[in-house]
Design a protein around this ligand. Structure first.
Ligand code: G16
Length: 548
């Protein structure tokens, strides 16, 4: 494409998607995320960037997902998906931020600089898949993304409303047809098909029952489960709540983030004592489980629990298949409950590593293992299998002794049920149900594996959250001066006390996490640390308080 054709980049910007705000926007934990009305020019420019990225990758397909995931309705955002279905390569985040913030007048020259910098061959074809969540602002933003793609003569393909993981899956399949068919139907065929296959091999027994309640967060995940529900042949009886409509607002007092952070059940769900409930987030990439007991106390089974459940079951199958030379490891973040980490190392005897928040960090660390299980405590995670692991398991499934073959065949179904590209609430739901069914367990038995340390999370609003810097996978705060000393001193005053602070990459807040041996201590520690953030990092508004 000759540089003169870049004129259209400016023309589209000026005529259709002008930059109307000077607010600086940064590529964060999972792309750009802010109020929807500040995003149209950003999304248009990400359309441009996706085309350049596709050409750098020799015309392989790139994904653009319009979503603000767990954030409330007025927000929106955009995530870029790389050819293997993983998050955009980190070295490109700076380029994305630069492109998003230049003036319309400088857009043409900046685009030209970027093309030179990354050495993109603009004569190549470029393909971009675009998906969106259910927010009312998403169609307009998806159209802006498509215009960005067209402005650089790429080919956009719009998927309409899909979950974020469905788009990741389709991108991967488009670039690697051995992974599946790049359509929503192809996704159901592979993931739900594998679950139904497993159900034929694992009859229901023991304490497991096939009824599952689901909180859909009034987002896209619940809607897609409603489609899947009809095809499950009674193997799983899904009772769906918070599907949108009836005045229910996206992620408001419901959904995985609300349930995990507030440690409260969502509104809009009818509860029966000891009934398993799964709570999804707005774009279907996170899931947590919980149940209410006969004294109306809520018991949470979060991402740590799902990780330990999956890791222990896959370990069991690898042992039965006599494939223990395949190295299984688990990846967590600083938010992982201390009791889960202890259980993983001491009971499961599985190696565990801790990385910074953000699926992009966990995913890459998990690829270091033959079987890498990664989960954030907030319910975002999956399992990745190396090519070598898949080859070994397939060979045993064909040539092993009968018992080995049985375990390896089950493992292959589990691999098919897993969306290896990114954390996926729907795929994770089927994986959890598979393990509970295989073990004949109810939720109480699942919870009994270990006892969580009580914890509390708070948010503090400050003038500029970038004043917070951290090291050691966000477990230590290196600035502002004096903050870490206060956090450490306060944590030391509580039995099993541990706390950290970090700037959110998806909301304009500083996050505080605290855990201790009693809920009272964890609450007190969180409040003390939040106060320290407020004092030393430029808190604004009201003093942070523990939600009732
Ligand atoms: C995104 C990321 C997650 C991260 C979460 C919160 O999730 O994909 O890895 O844990 O944001 O990040 P932060 O604490 O930086 O705000 P989602 O589900 O909102 O896309």
């Amino acid at each position: 494409m000759p540089p003169s054709s870049l004129r259209v980049v400016y023309a589209f910007a000026r005529e259709m998607h002008p930059k109307t705000s000077d607010v600086f926007i940064q590529y964060g934990t999972a792309g750009f995320r802010t109020k929807a009305n500040l995003l149209e020019h950003v999304v248009y420019r990400m359309g441009l960037l996706a085309v350049i990225r596709s050409r750098v990758k020799n015309g392989r397909t790139i994904g653009i997902m319009i979503t603000a995931s767990h954030n409330l309705e007025p927000d929106n955002g955009v995530k870029l998906v790389d050819p293997d279905g993983e998050m955009l390569e980190q070295s490109w985040e700076e380029i994305a931020t630069r492109l998003a913030n230049v003036s319309d007048n400088d857009l043409e020259s900046t685009t030209e600089q970027v093309i030179k910098q990354v050495n993109a061959d603009m004569a190549l074809k470029a393909s971009v898949f675009i998906g969106m969540d259910t927010r009312y602002t998403s169609p307009r933003l998806a159209a802006a993304a498509a215009n960005g793609v067209i402005a650089l003569k790429g080919t956009p393909k719009e998927f309409g409303i899909v979950t974020t993981p469905q788009l990741h899956f389709c991108v991967k399949c488009r670039n690697d047809n051995t992974y599946g068919t790049p359509t929503e139907e192809g996704y159901y065929e592979k993931i739900v098909g594998a679950f139904k296959k497993v159900c034929q091999k694992l009859p229901v027994y023991g304490e497991y029952n096939t009824t599952l309640y689901v909180d859909g967060a009034n987002g896209v995940g619940g809607k897609k489960l409603n489609i899947i529900r009809k095809s499950l042949d009674g193997e799983l009886d899904l009772n769906l709540y918070n599907l949108g409509g009836n005045g229910g607002k996206l992620n408001l007092n419901c959904g995985a983030d609300f349930v995990k952070v507030s440690q409260k059940p969502p509104v809009g769900v009818e509860h029966a004592p000891f009934q398993r409930v799964a709570s999804l987030d707005g774009d279907g990439d996170r899931i947590v489980y919980y149940y209410i007991d006969d004294k109306e106390k809520m018991h949470l089974l979060d991402g740590d629990r799902i990780a330990t459940l999956l890791a222990s079951y896959v370990t069991e199958l690898l042992r039965a298949a006599e494939a223990t030379h395949l190295k299984l490891g688990l990846v967590q973040t600083a938010y992982a409950n201390g009791a889960s980490t202890k259980y993983i190392t001491e009971e499961l005897k599985v190696p565990v590593s801790c990385v910074k928040t953000g699926v992009k960090h966990l995913h890459h660390a998990a690829l270091e293992y033959d079987v890498g299980v990664y989960f954030e405590a907030n319910g975002h995670g999956t399992v990745v299998y190396s090519a070598e692991a898949k080859k070994t398991i397939s060979k045993i499934a064909e040539e092993g002794e009968p018992e080995q073959r049985k375990a390896a065949q089950l493992l292959l179904d589990i691999v098919d049920m897993t969306n290896e590209t990114v954390g996926d609430a729907i795929s994770d739901l089927f994986l959890v149900e598979t393990v509970l069914r295989a073990r004949g367990q109810n939720v109480r038995q699942w919870l009994a594996a270990y006892t969580d340390l009580p914890c509390r999370q708070l948010k503090v609003t400050v003038k500029d959250r970038n004043v917070i810097s951290t090291s050691d996978a966000e477990r230590l705060c290196t600035s502002p001066a004096g903050l870490q000393a206060r956090v450490s001193a306060q944590a030391a005053r509580h039995g099993s006390g541990r706390a950290f602070v970090r700037a959110s990459g998806t909301e304009d807040v500083v996050r505080v996490y605290a855990e201790a041996d009693t809920q009272e201590s964890a609450d007190k520690l969180a409040a003390e640390v939040a106060q320290a953030v407020f004092d030393l990092a430029g808190g604004v508004g009201d003093r942070p308080e523990i939600p009732a």
